[in-house]
Design a protein around this ligand. Structure first.
Ligand code: ARG
Length: 613
C-alpha cells in the first residue's frame, strides 16, 4: 500500500479562508474542529478559530471556556468519549479545561512533506513563477500592488533611511508576490526641485567629466557639497550686509535654473538628464548586489504637469486651499490636525507634496492598482498623512488604496571611509568582514568556488538580517562587526544552516534521493525532534500570511532562526550517514524538504541562499 493510500485523509468541512492543498496543517485543524464541533453540537467554523497550534505542549489544543460556559469537565468528557483515532489524530487528552490533541504523526509527516516536495517541484519547473512553492497562497489573485520603495535622491547620499526602505520594501514586495498579487516595484527618485538647479550650477563650477563617469553618485555628491558650502557662505554675507543684491546669489541662480527646467528648457534639462541616467546606472549595480530589482525608475521629475495643475485646481475647487500674500498656495488641513502644507510655491513651482499628489493620480491612471504602498522612514509620517488626506478630500477614487509603511531609525551608521554613508561602502565593508571570516577555515575556503561572490552575498545577508530582525518600527544600532558574526542570531547563521542542509546531501552520495514522500517509510519520521521540525514547517504558510498582514518581515526572520536552531540541534540525533538504508533515505528526504522551505523563506527576505561557504 502506498503512503497516499495508507494515510488517506477523510473529508473535513471546508473552512472559509483555508486552502488544504497548500496548507495541510489547516486540514488537520479542521479535523480537530470537526471532532469538537460534533461532540458539542457547534459549527466547525466557529471551533476552527479556537484550535491552537503547538500551545501547551499539545499538537493542537482547544480551550473549553472559550466556547462553553459551565463545568469544563463535562464538555471535555463529551469530546474524549466520542473520539476515535484516524489518519488525522491519534489521541485526545484532557488537561484541566483544555483538550489536548496529538496528531497521527506518521500521517502528519507524510502530508506535510508531500505538500512541500510537490509544490517545490512545481515551482522549480516554472522558475519565473514565485507563487507556486510551499508557503505561498492566492489571497491576492487578480489584484495589483504598486510599491514605491528605496527612492533615493540623486546627488544626495543614499542614507540609512533609503537602505531600510530598500530592504523592507523588497520583502513586502516579495510577500505580495507570494500571495499571488501582481506586483510593480517602483523607484521614485528624488530627481526634481531647486536642488537640481543647484547641482547643475555646482557642476559648472566644480564638475569633472572623468570623475562623473567613474562614480556618478559620489562625484555628484561632492559637487553638491561644495556648491552648498558656497551657498551657506553667501547666506552669511547676505545676512551681515556684505552682499546686498539677492538676485545674484548662488541660491537665486539655482532657482532660476530649476525654473527653466520646469519650463522645459532643453539645455537645462540635458545636463540634468545626464546626471539622472548615470546615477541610475550606478544604482542598478548596487541594487544588484543587494538582490533587489525594480520594474520602473520613475521619480519626482516624471510627474506630469497636467496632473500637478489638476491637483491644484481640484484642491481649489473643493475649497481646500488658502493663498498667501506672496502667491504661495497651501492646503489647509488644520481641521484634521495635519497643519497647513504648501502645494505651490510663490514662484509658481511645485514641491514634494504637490508632486506626490499629482504622482498618485498619474500612477493610478497607468497601473489601476488595488493597493499602493509607500515605504519611508517614520520622519515622513506627516507628509504621507497630508498626502492621503488631501487625496481623500479631493474625492479621488484611489484614496483608500494608499498605504504608508514606516520604520524606525538606524543609529551609528558609518563606514571606514567616514560618516557620510554610501551604500556601496557599507556592502564592501560587510563583504570584507565575511571574506576574512571565511578565510579562517582554510580547508573549507579552498572549496568555495567564487569566494568574492560568496562573501558579497553573505555580507549583504548580514546587513539585511540585522535590519529585518527587529520589529520594523524599532530603531537599531548598526554594527558591522556584530551582524557579520557567525555566532548568534545573525545573517551568516541562516546562510550557514542552508549550507549544512546542502552538504548533508553532498556528503552522502550513496543515499538514494527519492522523488516523493510516497517513496519513504514515514513512520521513521515520528521521533519527537523531527515532529518538532515538521510542526515548524507546517506553520510556515501562516507565518507568510501574518508577515504580509502586518508588513512585518521580522516574523519571517524569527521563523528562519527558529528553524535553523531546530535543525542545528538535530544533526546529532537524526543522522543520515551510518543509518540503515530506510532511515537514511527518509531522513535525507526530510532534510531536502527543510532546505526547500528555508530557501523559499530566504528568497522572500530577498537573500540568495548559498550552497557552500
Ligand atoms: N526621495 C524621498 C526621500 O529621500 C523618498 C520618496 C518616497 N516616496 C514618495 N513617493 N514620496 O526622502
Amino acid at each position: 500500500m502506498s503512503n497516499a493510500e495508507k494515510y488517506a485523509l477523510g473529508p473535513v468541512p471546508a473552512i472559509p479562508g483555508t486552502d488544504y492543498a497548500r496548507v495541510p496543517v489547516d486540514q488537520f485543524r479542521a479535523a480537530v474542529a470537526k471532532v469538537v464541533a460534533d461532540a458539542w453540537d457547534e459549527t466547525p467554523e466557529k471551533i476552527f478559530a479556537g484550535v491552537d497550534i503547538g500551545k501547551k505542549g499539545a499538537d493542537f489544543a482547544v480551550a473549553t471556556p472559550r466556547f462553553k460556559k459551565g463545568k469544563p469537565d463535562e464538555w471535555v468528557k463529551k469530546v474524549v468519549d466520542a473520539f476515535k483515532p484516524d489518519n488525522y489524530l491519534s489521541e485526545v487528552k484532557a488537561q484541566g479545561p483544555f483538550l489536548m490533541f496529538t496528531a497521527n504523526r506518521a500521517s502528519f509527516a507524510y502530508h506535510i512533506l508531500n505538500t512541500i516536495s510537490k509544490m517545490s517541484a512545481e515551482a522549480e519547473a516554472k522558475p519565473d513563477c514565485q507563487t507556486l512553492a510551499y508557503g505561498t497562497n492566492e489571497d491576492g489573485k487578480g489584484k495589483h500592488m504598486l510599491i514605491d520603495f528605496s527612492s533615493p535622491n540623486i546627488a544626495k547620499p543614499f542614507h540609512a533611511g533609503h537602505l531600510r526602505s530598500t530592504i523592507i520594501g523588497a520583502v513586502i514586495a516579495n510577500l505580495h508576490d507570494a500571495a499571488g498579487w501582481k506586483v510593480t516595484r517602483l523607484n521614485y527618485l528624488g530627481d526634481w526641485g531647486t536642488q537640481y538647479g543647484l547641482l547643475s550650477l555646482g557642476f559648472d563650477r566644480y564638475g569633472d567629466e572623468e570623475e562623473l563617469k567613474k562614480d556618478p553618485i559620489k562625484h555628484l555628491f561632492k559637487v553638491y557639497v561644495k556648491i552648498n558650502q558656497d551657498n551657506a557662505a553667501e547666506k552669511e554675507k547676505f545676512n551681515n550686509g556684505e552682499i546686498t543684491d539677492a538676485s545674484t546669489t548662488t541660491h537665486a541662480q539655482a532657482q532660476r535654473i530649476f525654473k527653466s527646467m520646469e519650463d522645459g528648457d532643453e539645455a537645462a534639462l540635458k545636463q540634468w538628464r545626464r546626471f539622472r541616467d548615470l546615477s541610475i546606472g550606478k544604482l542598478d549595480q548596487t541594487y544588484d548586489t543587494l538582490n533587489v530589482h525594480f520594474d520602473v525608475y520613475w521619480g519626482e521629475s516624471q510627474v506630469s504637469d497636467d496632473s500637478i495643475l489638476r491637483a491644484i485646481r481640484v484642491c481649489q475647487e473643493k475649497g481646500l486651499t488658502v493663498e498667501e500674500e506672496n502667491g504661495a498656495l497651501l492646503v489647509d488641513l488644520k481641521k484634521y490636525k495635519l497643519d497647513r502644507a504648501i502645494i505651490r510655491k510663490a514662484d509658481g513651482t511645485s514641491i514634494y507634496l504637490t508632486r506626490d499628489i499629482g504622482g498618485a493620480y498619474d500612477k493610478y491612471q497607468k497601473y489601476k492598482f488595488d493597493k499602493h504602498i509607500y515605504v519611508t522612514a517614520h520622519q515622513q509620517a506627516l507628509h504621507f498623512k497630508q498626502l492621503f488626506k488631501t487625496v481623500e478630500l479631493m474625492g479621488e477614487e484611489y484614496a483608500g488604496k494608499l498605504e504608508h509603511v514606516t520604520f524606525g531609525m538606524v543609529h551609528g551608521m558609518s563606514t571606514r571611509k567616514g560618516n557620510v554613508v554610501f551604500l556601496d561602502d557599507i556592502l564592501l565593508d560587510a563583504k570584507d568582514a565575511m571574506h576574512d571570516a571565511m578565510k579562517s577555515n582554510e580547508a573549507k575556503y579552498a572549496q568555495v568556488e567564487d569566494p568574492e561572490e560568496t562573501s558579497a552575498i553573505i555580507g549583504a545577508t548580514a546587513v539585511k538580517i540585522q535590519d529585518l530582525s527587529g520589529k520594523r518600527l524599532n530603531d537599531y544600532t548598526f554594527n558591522i562587526k556584530r551582524c557579520t558574526s557567525f555566532e548568534g542570531d545573525f545573517g551568516p547563521f541562516i546562510q550557514y544552516s542552508h549550507v549544512r542542509l546542502c552538504s548533508v546531501q553532498r556528503k552522502n552520495p550513496n543515499v538514494h534521493v527519492v522523488e516523493t514522500a510516497n517513496d519513504i517509510d514515514v513512520s521513521i519520521l515520528s521521533q519527537p525532534k523531527i515532529h518538532e521540525i515538521l510542526y515548524h514547517l507546517a506553520q510556515y504558510p501562516d507565518v507568510v500570511k501574518t508577515s504580509l498582514k502586518f508588513s512585518e518581515p521580522s516574523t519571517i526572520v524569527t521563523w528562519c532562526f527558529k528553524l535553523s536552531h531546530l535543525v542545528g540541534s538535530a544533526w546529532e540525533t537524526i543522522k543520515v550517514s551510518g543509518a540503515s538504508e530506510a532511515e537514511a533515505k527518509a531522513r535525507l528526504f526530510l532534510f531536502i524538504q527543510i532546505r526547500h522551505v528555508l530557501a523559499s523563506a530566504m528568497r522572500l527576505l530577498s537573500l540568495t541562499p548559498i550552497d557552500r561557504m
